[in-house]
Design a protein around this ligand. Structure first.
Ligand code: NAP
Length: 246
């Protein structure tokens, strides 16, 4: 099952995993987009209207799925968003709460819902979409970056809990990536969103799908804990120093 499959990475991951031979439950809020995906990909894709912040609906999983879709072996926790790029003292509190509800609470509730089945079958893999924003702070990332730092630590803590079980957990942490709705959702302005990628060659959703496919294809004794991916045009820029206060 993949969350956030109506756009960007999630959509590319759904395409890739169906091509790899998986049956994919594609979840998101915009059902019409998932139905279009189902028309493209056929019976291997089950479109599921799901808001990951609707914890009642999430906790009803997997029993609320059709019987032959209930044994979920792979969960790709991809649904997530950044809202705003304002400094912490100017940022919108509702935006912060939405990011926490989606990127943290939604992700942990999805994991809690599907992990028991994986453990009972002693077979499974949870793939998280973290971010380089969870590893390298930048101005305006405040709560978004912190939610992705949570994702990285949650991944490692799950690994500790799951030691001795054949259930794998991986954090995929991309940097600058175009070809998705991420910047439009964040900046709420098409021109500003396009400007994020000006004069760059960013990653594309297919690059992330390739990483997810590779992680899942590793031999059963291999757990890839973390993959950090940046486009060639991006690097961490070191520590900032203010020279106006000296
Ligand atoms: P995107 O194109 O905006 O896609 C986000 C997906 O999440 C959409 O399918 C959206 O579908 C879904 N979603 C959002 N809120 C949801 C909710 N409450 N319940 C269910 N689904 C929800 O963004 P993307 O670039 O593919 O990003 C995917 C993930 O990668 C996110 O976790 C993001 O933080 C992370 N990431 C992105 C980048 C980047 O540069 N693009 C870099 C690093 C990490 P609906 O609106 O239909 O629900």
């Amino acid at each position: 099952m993949g969350t956030g499959a109506s756009a960007g990475f999630g959509q590319a991951i759904a395409h890739r995993l169906v091509a790899d031979g998986y049956r994919v439950i594609a979840a998101a809020r915009r059902l019409s987009r998932l139905e279009t995906l189902a028309q493209e990909l056929g019976d291997a894709l089950y479109p599921l209207e799901l808001d990951v912040t609707d914890f009642k609906a999430v906790r009803a999983l997997p029993q609320s799925l059709p019987e032959d879709w209930q044994a979920v072996d792979v969960l790709v926790n991809n649904a997530g968003l950044a809202l705003g790029l304002d400094r912490a003292w100017q940022a919108d509190g509702d935006d912060w709460e939405t990011m926490i509800a989606t990127n943290i609470s939604g992700l942990v509730e999805m994991t809690r819902a599907l992990l028991p089945g994986m453990v009972a079958r002693n077979h499974g893999h949870v793939v998280m979409l973290g971010s380089t924003a969870g590893r390298y702070p930048y101005p305006g990332a405040n709560v978004y970056g912190s939610t992705k730092a949570f994702v990285e630590h949650f991944t490692q803590n799950l690994r500790s809990d799951l030691l001795g079980k054949a259930v794998r957990v991986t954090n995929v942490a991309p940097g600058l990536c175009g070809g998705s709705e991420f910047s439009l959702v964040r900046l709420r302005d098409a021109a500003l969103a396009d400007a994020v990628y000006d004069s760059t060659q960013p990653l594309q959703p297919e690059d992330i799908a390739e990483a997810v496919s590779w992680v899942l294809a590793q031999p059963p004794h291999v757990n890839v804990n973390l993959i950090e991916i940046m486009p060639l045009c991006q690097a961490s820029a070191g520590l900032a120093v203010d020279r106006t206060m000296g």
